[in-house]
Design a protein around this ligand. Structure first.
Ligand SMILES: NC(=O)c1ccc[n+]([C@@H]2O[C@H](COP(=O)([O-])OP(=O)(O)OC[C@H]3O[C@@H](n4cnc5c(N)ncnc54)[C@H](OP(=O)(O)O)[C@@H]3O)[C@@H](O)[C@H]2O)c1
Length: 291
């Protein structure tokens, strides 16, 4: 059974589906329309994109045709986009948001994230990153108050970046979207975000471009066999069962369907087996160098 109705209230009361559809590296109108058709048919009601994915226009066009096909309104889907690192700073943020809204053909976004704590074309060790982050966040707060963004959040933020933001923000981030899977479980960050009321949303739950490594891990396969589910399903369920959102990406209809069929419970033994793997490996970009 699909888990399309599973939602969580963010710290501002906005309801967010716990399972969304990731679209990184999916480009071109026919492919975007095909995968979103499969995603909506399977029950996904949340779509994750970003300016840097260069697919917002195609997503906007696809939804224009697909929402009526599934008798859905704009308000029935939760759309997330993200600020490109090159658009940090007071002068650029507003225009970047307006451009995303225009490309996605929508008057508002449900969630908008600072994609990366560092600014484009600035060294990760430069103190300018902090100043630009402050300017960016304050402008996003204004855009939320104007109703253009229903929720605002961050992505790839470490505890240090979040603590710095708490010192000047008047709106706390609703979400921190980070790489998270049993090879890189980020346990301390999860505890910190939970304590601060920030929802952790996992990306690259299946290992991202290194999914062959995570999906082939014998310990993960053993749990999948024991639970009678696919490896992908137990990786996603492992996150959900810890109140961590997921946004799996696939271009294959049968996998898209499989990845939302998460209406089962992993035993505590399976949960701890997945939470105590020996491998500690990050597969995506690493924010630890960004001051
Ligand atoms: N904020 C950030 O910095 C950031 C970074 C990375 C990703 N993200 C977001 O998170 C989303 C998910 O992360 P991701 O794209 O890195 O990858 P992912 O969800 O970990 O998926 C990795 C690969 O697994 C394959 N796959 C999917 N379902 C499968 C299944 N049931 N069985 C076997 N293989 C399967 C897919 O290939 P096929 O397409 O061939 O099925 C996919 O390329 C992205 O699309 C994006 O929206 C955010």
């Amino acid at each position: 059974m699909a888990c399309s109705s599973l939602t969580i209230a963010l710290n501002n009361g906005v309801q967010m589906p716990m399972i969304g559809f990731g679209t990184f590296t999916i480009q071109g109108q026919s492919l975007i329309t095909k995968v979103l058709d499969a995603a909506l048919a399977s029950g996904y009601r949340s779509i994750d994109t970003a300016c840097v994915y260069r697919n917002e226009t195609e997503i906007g066009k696809a939804l224009k045709d697909l929402l009526p096909k599934y008798k859905l309104q704009r308000s029935d889907v939760f759309i997330t986009s993200k600020l490109a690192p090159s658009d940090h700073g007071k002068e650029r943020v507003r225009q970047a948001v307006l451009d995303s809204l225009n490309r996605l053909n929508t008057p508002y976004l449900d969630l908008y994230l600072i994609h990366w704590p560092g600014a484009g074309r600035i060294a990760s060790q430069s103190p300018s990153n902090k100043n630009l982050r402050i300017e960016t966040w304050l402008e996003l707060e204004k855009l939320q108050k104007e109703g253009k963004l229903r929720s605002i959040g961050v992505s790839n933020f470490l505890e240090s970046h979040l603590k710095e933001l708490f010192a000047f923000c008047t709106i706390k981030p609703a979400v921190n979207q980070v790489e998270l899977h049993p090879h890189f479980p980020q346990k301390e960050l999860v505890v910190f975000c939970r304590r601060e009321g920030i929802l952790v949303q996992a990306y690259s739950s299946l290992g991202g471009h290194s999914s062959h490594l995570l999906l082939a891990d014998p310990a993960v396969q053993k749990v999948a066999k024991k639970e009678g589910k696919t490896v992908s399903q137990i990786l996603l369920r492992w996150a959900l069962q810890q109140q961590i959102g997921v946004i799996p990406k696939s271009t294959h209809s049968e996998r898209i369907k499989e990845n939302i069929r998460l209406d089962f419970t992993l035993s505590s033994e399976s949960m701890s087996a997945l939470s105590s793997l020996k491998t500690n490996q990050k597969y995506a970009w690493d924010p630890r160098s960004v001051v």
